[in-house]
Design a protein. Sequence first.
Length: 296
Amino acid sequence: MSTVISVSWLGSVYHGTDPFELAQCIDSIYAQDYREDVEIILVIDGPISQNVEELIASLSSTPNLVVVRLARNLGLGLALKEGFAYSRGRYIARFDADDINVATRLSVQVDVLESDPSIDIVCSSVFEFQDLNDDTIKVNYRRAVCSSKIESRLLYFNTVFHPTVLMRSSALRRLSLCYEDCPLFEDYLLWLRLLNSGAKFASLDLPLVYMRVSPKFSRRHGINYCLREFLFYLHCLRVSLLPKRLVPFYLLRLASRLIPSIYFQRLLRRRKLSQLAVPNPLLITPRYVPLLRHIH
């Protein structure tokens, strides 16, 4: 008899994945206090480094680990779509390979979905961090938009922290929806399609994921990002996922991407974020030593 899987963790690695960060992420998944059967769907999105290959090979005897290997790099959206096809869980828990999950994440989020069958997706707040060099680290506390405002705010910007999401797999299959090829906006596109299909979102003002961020804030700035965002808006407007009345707002957001980098970074640093000093999560989450031994 096959094992009934409650949660499928879904994530991917690619040529830029750092083996130490991946090991820390996997540690946090194994350290969850949720005791139902889970599986990890790990998509290898094209060629990866030898260290990451060895790290994944060391997991070969791990129960309920499904490794999906893609011959070439397809990008996050298509990699997750491929991984979802292999999932067996009632719920899909997204993870990014460089983030760290709080040990209570699954138990808290599963409880939300099981307590209210009308909710299809639950997300949470995050702790943004840059390094883990000290016993106490500085983080930005990024609060999730409250549940009652998520759906209206999604028309303006992406209000959902992707690596914190737990979704009902039945909702995706019922609505025939999944991730698509939409670089940098694969998650936002899925949220809008789910919203348009009547899915219900909920959020928790609990930081359930330590989310690693770049110190330069450069990924969401510049001509290349602006062009991809323009194509994303154009597609969503054409298929009526976004309202045409908000075109002036979208144009302003596009213009903000072209601010010279040094001024853009200063603007981001002025955002009203709650800066906190919190315990290093690696002191809370057990280290998965067998993995770390395979990293040179």
